[in-house]
Design a protein around this ligand. Structure first.
Ligand SMILES: Cc1cc2nc3c(=O)[nH]c(=O)nc-3n(C[C@H](O)[C@H](O)[C@H](O)COP(=O)(O)O)c2cc1C
Length: 375
């Protein structure tokens, strides 16, 4: 069963999504009066706006508890698949992802739930497969995180089962290391004759291998766009050698204001209100998870470091900060490095996205990276 050809596969040279709006505070780790309120009403308004602007997708975060501190980022979050069902029902063209934690969702249940939601959206659901890293969260479920690479081995079995169910056909037995199934079947299959796009954001060697082998989109981190050029090309080359096409995306925190000075002043104000309790807890959690890792990304995670504005505004992701020219240039720079798409977050999504739409999207059109939104 092939992945479907939505605007994500065949669309603009640079695709854009909205990331993290199902969670309180989104991706920002600061105590601010304007911090994102992840109410249902705000999420529907944002989805409707994103669709009207011709953006490609919404990507949620699957979170089961917050990060503490004064603002408890993500302490309140809509469960991503139930959220995706509502977002799809409220829109007509946008792709909406759900985020599934492999160890927390049995694949037979998940396959049926996702197929159901895909019918609600008439074929616009996508899935982010997350194999897990947050030990505290898992402990809450009474589930222990497996040794790092074994998580991806379980993810492979999980995804194979989901795909076989989605392909329809005869009931099958499955004898794996993590799942043993007898006469497995499930109907309906996803909407139409293709399956939801799958994304994965593993950054470790095992995570990246998983993405290259199975996913349609790999979300990767960025130190600088230019430093990513070789890695992105390699990801695409390795996927192609296995007969697959893969897109590479990255999350980006955006602060766009009429002048560079205003944008930088705003970033300073956000950093001045950083939630050090939450940032400290997050850094400790990452460091615990990265223990024993020797690859570059693991060492970076273990150190819990990175530029402070990136940590506060976007949880360590790359940030585009400045006036509209600068933000458009930063987007173009990421595209030139090989990124196919960017998943954007803002401190206050609904207050800030309209300005980016008004000022940055036309600049991207001029640069040939996007065409105007559909009428
Ligand atoms: C764009 C993006 C979205 C992610 N979404 C989630 C999520 O919703 N829940 C979660 O627990 N982890 C999430 N992660 C973490 C990744 O799935 C993965 O665990 C992390 O990048 C570490 O990779 P590794 O397992 O290869 O070490 C996300 C990462 C990125 C970059």
């Amino acid at each position: 069963m092939s992945p479907r050809h939505t605007g994500i596969v065949n669309g603009h040279a640079l695709k854009l999504g909205v990331f993290g709006a199902n969670c309180s505070s989104g991706r920002t780790y600061a105590a601010l009066p304007e911090s994102w309120q992840a109410s249902w009403d705000n999420n529907v308004k944002l989805a409707t706006l994103a669709e009207a602007l011709g953006l490609e997708c919404l990507v949620p975060i699957a979170r089961w508890k917050g990060y503490g501190g004064d603002s408890n980022p993500n302490g309140c979050s809509f469960e991503s698949l139930a959220w995706a069902a509502g977002m799809l029902a409220a829109t007509q063209r946008l792709a909406v992802f759900c985020t599934m934690h492999v160890p927390l969702h049995h694949p037979l249940v998940a396959a049926k739930q996702m197929a159901t939601v895909d019918h609600i959206g008439a074929g616009r659901l996508g899935v982010n497969i997350v194999c897990g890293w947050n030990e505290d969260e898992f402990r809450m479920f009474g589930v222990s995180t497996r040794e790092h690479d074994a998580r991806y081995a379980q993810g492979e079995e999980w995804w194979e089962i989901v795909r076989r169910l989605w392909a329809g056909g005869e009931p099958f037995d499955f004898e794996g290391m993590y799942y043993q199934l007898s006469r497995a079947e499930g109907s309906p299959t996803p909407y139409g004759d293709s399956r939801p796009l799958m994304m994965n954001a593993g950054s470790s060697p095992a995570g990246r291998q998983f993405a290259m082998r199975y996913s349609d989109m790999h979300f990767d981190g960025v130190h600088t766009p230019e430093a990513s050029i070789e890695r992105i090309a390699e990801t695409k080359r390795w996927a192609r050698e296995q007969g697959r096409d893969i897109q590479v995306w990255t999350p980006v925190g955006v602060v766009c204001r009429p002048s560079q000075r205003e944008a930088e002043d705003y970033v300073r104000y956000v950093v001045d209100h950083a939630d050090w309790g939450a940032l400290g807890y997050l850094a400790e959690s990452h460091a615990r998870d990265a223990q024993g890792r020797t690859d570059a990304e693991g060492v970076f995670r273990r150190a819990g470091s990175g530029p402070i504005e990136r940590r506060v505004l976007a949880r360590g992701a790359y940030c585009a900060i400045g006036d509209p020219d600068r933000v458009a240039q930063e987007f173009a720079r990421l595209q030139a490095a090989g990124f196919d798409g960017l998943a954007l977050n803002f401190v206050d999504y609904l207050a800030e996205l309209p300005y980016v739409a008004q000022e940055v999207l036309p600049r991207l059109t001029k640069l040939g990276l996007r065409t105007s939104p559909l009428p």
